[in-house]
Design a protein around this ligand. Structure first.
Ligand code: FAD
Ligand code: DHB
Length: 391
């Protein structure tokens, strides 16, 4: 099989890229290791920046998002039993949208399949070859057979555990990595969500109350990095959440059936450069941000937006200017986002290794934010999303 752009991975990065390229008349084939059902059921992100919503609009794929997505105009940060409300439209001039990542993935997959464009599930990529030539090759397994996809370019959108990043020559890349020694236990519960997205820093650890609809809450607790799901009965989960949210009389947070659970590690990770020859990496394949900033999906979309412009220029004019600048162009936003997500993580979690002095500094920073419009604006403009600078 042959195509112009071979895309590895049907997560947000790969799917958005396939649609952006199609809009410019560029062919692609998407290869995804997992089944459609698995990919569509994977519960992850929920907060979309305006820029991400605008791309769905531009692709003409926003009808369900407009109907079911919930505009979120503020976030709350709680500590010492007090709440800081950060008003996004007032401080940043825009809001965010709550719409589950798996809903976006469903919309993008359905549109690709309806258009009859190639998206092959259960196609596990095993190897890339000739990436520094003009016809790189993707090797994959499908239906029990070894197959190849020849292309002009390969887009490695295969997430943190994919094969694309390891295919980069190890002597050209530099990796920056920071792992936190805690994780997030996330659940979905059939329970009425609280009024605002609320992050809390308590003496017992971090918690976050978000939502997916007016009937479904998305709730997270900070847990040790090697925590087992079995350690958490429903009763223990609710006890801990009420306590960390300072909801001691249990009047604020509604409980309900917990029907999904997962544990996610927290890390900050960047590999540079994001390209070599005809291989371009995007999304979690090349950077990970801790989820506290709600940025991973949005950053993946920002990457493929730049990549699609570079590929469009190449196919229109033969010029490689934008493609050559891809990595440098993306890394500026990536490092700002890694910085923000890491700082939010440091601000809001309980660190066992902190001395009482360090713990007081952390709480005092929250006191400062509570009283400073400037500090709240800094958070609001990054939470709502940095502007895209088009050239
Ligand atoms: P992925 O979604 O990981 O997709 C990669 C795809 O490649 C997968 O489908 C995988 O099966 C496939 N693949 C892997 N290997 C191969 C192979 N060898 N061959 C073929 N296919 C392969 N981000 C936000 O923006 N906002 C949030 O609110 C937010 N909250 C989060 C909460 C949690 C708990 C977590 C864990 C993450 C959160 N994120 C959030 C991050 C966000 O989910 C990720 O950044 C996003 O999924 C990255 O998309 P991607 O397409 O780069 O990678
Ligand atoms: C979600 C919301 C957040 O604000 C965040 O930082 C991470 C995840 C969510 O709704 O899943």
């Amino acid at each position: 099989m042959r195509t112009q752009v071979g895309i590895i991975g049907a997560g947000p990065a790969g799917l958005f890229l396939s649609h952006l390229l199609k809009q410019q008349g560029i062919e692609s084939v998407v290869l995804e290791a997992r089944s459609r059902a698995y990919v569509e059921a994977r519960v992850r992100a929920g907060v979309l920046e305006t820029g991400t919503v605008e791309i769905m609009e531009r692709l003409g794929l926003d009808s369900r998002l407009k109907r079911e997505g919930m505009v979120d105009e503020g976030i709350d940060m709680r500590f010492r039993g007090r709440t800081i409300h950060i008003n996004l439209p007032e401080l940043a001039g825009k809001s965010v949208m709550i719409y589950g990542q798996q809903e976006i993935v469903k919309d993008l997959i359905a549109a690709r399949i309806a258009a009859g464009d190639p998206l092959i599930f259960e196609a596990k990529v095993t190897k890339l070859s000739n990436i520094d030539s003009e016809s790189p090759v993707i090797h994959y397994q499908h239906d029990g057979e070894d197959k190849t996809l020849e292309c002009d370019f390969i887009a490695g959108c295969d997430g943190f555990h994919g094969v694309s990043r390891p295919a980069m020559p190890q002597n050209v890349i530099t990796t920056y990595d920071h792992t936190f020694n805690f994780a997030w236990l996330g659940v979905l519960a059939r329970a009425r969500p609280i009024a605002d997205m609320t992050y809390t820093n308590s003496d017992d650890g971090f918690a976050l109350c978000s939502r997916r609809s007016m009937e479904v809450s998305r709730l997270y607790l900070q847990v040790p990095f090697d925590e087992k799901l079995d350690n958490w009965s429903d009763a223990r989960f609710w006890d801990e959440l009420h306590k960390r949210m300072f909801d001691y009389d249990r009047s604020e947070i509604a409980e309900g059936e917990i029907f999904q659970r997962d544990v996610a590690q927290l890390r900050s990770f960047v590999t540079e450069p994001m390209q070599y020859g005809r291989l371009f990496l995007a999304g979690d394949a090349v950077h990970i941000v801790p989820p506290t900033g709600a940025k991973g999906l949005n950053l993946a979309v920002a990457d493929v937006r730049v990549l699609s412009r570079g590929l469009t220029e190449f196919y229109r004019t033969g010029g490689r200017g934008r493609l050559d600048a891809y990595s440098a162009r993306c890394l500026e936003r990536i490092w700002k986002t890694v910085r923000y997500s890491t700082r939010m993580t440091e601000l809001l979690h309980k660190f066992d290794e902190h001395s009482p002095f360090q713990r007081n500094l952390q709480l005092s920073e929250l006191e400062y934010i509570a009283g400073s419009r400037a500090a709240q604006t800094t958070i609001a403009e990054q939470y709502a999303g940095l502007p895209f600078v088009e050239d």
